[in-house]
Design a protein around this ligand. Structure first.
Ligand code: ADP
Ligand code: MG
Length: 697
């Protein structure tokens, strides 16, 4: 083989290995077997069972090559008194030579007992003196054209080269096999029992991998957090003045803040008084009143002569926040000669230019907008605070773009804005420890007084007529308003759109048959023109629309207290946190609210188990924190976070549902190592993550 062919071949193999994510020795070491085969024992045909995988030594007693329909090789072998027929669907000279009559060889594969006695298809054929392994043989996940034997060799060599893995100080080391021993054990277990425990992720060697992985991750988490404490941000302090925005807002809000709201406000305000960047998540159930807390924090920022921007995921929500914040803050802002600007995708050019100007020259001290804030060439004068509402709807990159917008103070110092993210999808504690650990969390744990839990009921699709009658009666007698939500899932957007329109037509007709009272039905989905959406929403808020047929555009944030009935079509298609968010749109006023989950079995007799678990959870559970925990149990952290949310992969070995105690230990060890042995911390981090810097926030 010429040198050139060699290099092309090896780069081809490298590509195949790269496909499996295998670059460094440690990557190979972490490429764990899918299953194992036992090649440690020799057997014989006399002791074999039908469909058993065995290896035995036998003598070739006959060889036939048949040409039709394709060239095939048929072999007969003898082991003691037993005969076995072998079949190879392709034949080539080397194989024919190896399987000459009279040869004694080692055969390995699955034997079957059929009409003509024993037979095997494509067994592995080896020299009869091949030494038997003393451990089980790993079978790895692979890719086309990459053989098991090659992969096995690469991994074996990689493990041999990895002799210097970092060791933890004794007092932090859990009672588990050392990392290298653990790796060798998971690749080459000694017995079926051991193999089984590894595959079940319960073997101590597996636990070592889990622990080390979590440790590496926690080290990164801590380091990221320490890094942030070095980023300068403006000190924001309470201004003692009766004419401050904050004082104005506190005097004019039409309700008493809950104790929880006051607590989180104090907590956030304290954080803002530090000279480094705040990165904080405010979580609290749907309807607990996060918006007013955000407004108070915004007022505080504005009082300090700084700008504040609030980014929301939908236009409808942008409008709603704008309307609220205008009432809450505009009179006080006017005293400062400041204004509120807003920026959305669909906006007239003139309005956009005016807004951009006001933001740039600092006249706008509060800016509200959608993703447009990220894509437009928005330049702030002195951005002090970024608020991101419904943060779960944004990807990491989006969340962190605004937070990079720095400016210089008069003395030339670079300042970065503080960041407050808000979500009604609480993050379970273990998940937060892993993926949000570098973010501080504030939680609102109570709802404003007077709220009653939403009654939730299940209906099958074929009970639709009964449901329509019930709803109609309710509208006529109590004048309660209704959301009728249809799923809109990206892949089948067109079909779903037809569905929304159909439901709209159906409801408009059904509700107004033979009624003296006129029932007004509205339609709302993302594809409608901006003005129409806005108009419909205003009509609904004003109570002029009784029933709003809509898609999940209303899923987040929308606040119409008089709407107290919600019907969710195809509830089985929604995720748990989405259902909880949707249900949170009702039960915001003083009436008793109802949520109907309408589900469709399609052509099946039963719902899938996760769908059933989700609906069941919705029936039994009203607390967002409990629902989030349940969601974690049903879906697992990987699916909840995804790369988009977490900005990186979730763990490969650790599953925080199975390994909560390893997580706690790893967290403590990480803090200790960073503090006492930064070199070791660096080694561990590099071992697991290489130079890659994919950790973002
Ligand atoms: P979320 O936390 O889901 O964003 P909102 O901020 O939209 O909730 O608040 C839900 C509703 O509760 C709003 O109508 C708001 O005016 C009202 N609200 C907020 N705080 C209180 C309170 N302390 N007392 C009474 N009503 C409140
Ligand atoms: Mg909200």
């Amino acid at each position: 083989m010429s040198k050139d062919t060699q290099t092309t071949q090896s780069s081809y193999v490298q590509k195949l290995l790269a496909k499996l994510g295998l670059h460094r020795d440690f990557d190979f070491a972490l490429h764990l077997p899918l299953r194992y085969e036992d090649h440690t024992k020799m057997s014989s045909l006399a002791h074999a069972l039908d469909q058993q995988k065995i290896q035995f030594i036998a003598k070739v007693i006959d060889q036939q090559i048949i040409q039709k329909p394709k060239k095939q090789l048929l072999i007969r072998i003898q082991d003691g008194q037993e005969i076995c027929h072998l079949k190879f669907f392709s034949s080539y000279p080397n194989l024919e030579k190896l399987l000459r009559v009279g040869q004694v060889l080692l055969f390995r594969g699955e034997v079957q007992f059929g009409h003509y006695g024993w037979n095997m298809v494509h067994p592995t054929v080896l020299d009869k003196d091949t030494p038997l392994p003393t451990t089980l043989t790993p079978i790895y996940p692979s890719t086309a054209n990459l053989s098991q034997s090659y992969l096995r060799k690469c991994i074996f060599l990689a493990l041999t080269r990895l002799s210097h893995l970092p060791n933890l100080p004794a007092h932090l080391d859990p009672h588990l096999p050392k990392l290298l021993d653990a790796l060798k054990l998971v690749h080459y277990p000694h017995s079926e029992i051991e193999a089984q425990r590894i595959l079940e992720k319960s073997h101590p060697a597996y636990h070592r991998l889990v622990f080390e992985e979590l440790l590496a991750e926690q080290i990164v988490v801590w380091q990221t957090k320490l890094q942030r404490l070095k980023i300068s941000a403006p000190v924001i302090k309470k201004i003692e003045s009766q004419s401050s925005c904050l004082a104005y807002l506190l005097q004019t809000i039409p309700f008493q803040l809950t104790a929880s709201q006051q607590e989180v406000f104090a907590e956030i305000a304290k954080d803002l008084s530090n000279p480094y960047q705040m990165l904080r998540l405010l979580q609290g159930d749907v309807g607990c009143g996060k918006t007013i807390v955000a407004a108070l924090i915004a007022a505080l920022t504005i009082d300090n002569g700084l700008q504040c921007v609030m980014m929301v995921p939908t236009e409808i929500l942008a409008h709603q926040h704008l309307d609220k914040l205008k009432v809450w803050l505009e009179p006080a802002l006017k005293l400062y000669g400041k204004s509120i600007a807003w920026l959305i995708g669909k906006q007239s050019k003139k309005n956009k230019t005016l807004a951009l100007e006001a933001i740039h020259n600092g006249e706008a001290s509060l800016v509200i907008g959608t993703h447009a804030l990220l894509s437009e060439n928005v330049q702030f004068s002195n951005l002090g605070l970024v608020i991101i509402d419904e943060q779960q709807r944004f990807g990491v990159e989006q969340r962190l773009t605004l937070n990079q917008l720095s400016w210089s103070t008069a003395s030339g110092e670079q300042m970065y804005p503080h960041t407050l993210m808000m979500t009604a999808t609480p993050i379970p504690r273990t998940l937060a420890m892993c993926y949000f650990a570098d973010i501080d969390i504030s939680s609102i744990r109570e709802l404003p007084p007077g709220r009653q839990p939403v009654t939730t009921r299940l209906f099958k699709t074929h009970q639709r007529q009964t449901l329509i009658h019930l709803i109609k009666d309710l509208i006529v007698t109590t004048r309660q308003q209704v959301y009728w939500v249809c799923p809109l899932i990206e892949e089948s957007e067109k079909l779903d759109l037809v569905h929304v329109n159909e439901i709209y037509a159906q409801m408009s007709q059904a509700l107004n048959l033979s009624t003296e009272v006129q029932i007004s039905v509205g339609l709302l989905h993302a594809r409608l023109p901006s003005e129409e959406k806005n108009r419909t929403m205003l009509e609904f808020i004003a109570g002029r629309i009784d029933l709003l047929v809509c898609t999940t555009v209303i899923e987040v944030g929308v606040d119409v207290p008089n709407a107290s009935i919600m019907v969710i079509e195809n509830a089985e298609r929604f995720g748990l946190s989405q259902l909880h968010q949707l249900r949170g749109r009702v039960g915001r006023g003083h009436q008793k609210a109802t949520c109907v989950l309408l589900y469709d079995l399609g052509d099946k007799a039963f719902l899938s188990s996760p769908a059933k678990q989700r609906l069941q959870t919705m029936l039994n559970c009203h607390d967002g924190f409990q629902i989030a925990q349940k969601d974690l149990e049903i879906r697992g952290p990987g699916e909840i976070l995804g790369a988009k949310q977490s900005g990186r992969q979730t763990t490969r070995f650790a599953d925080i549902r199975l390994h909560p105690s390893e997580l706690t230990k790893a967290q403590q060890a990480a803090a200790d190592i960073i503090h006492h042995d930064p070199n070791l911390a660096q080694q561990i981090k590099e071992l697991w993550f290489g130079q890659a810097h994919y950790w973002k926030a």
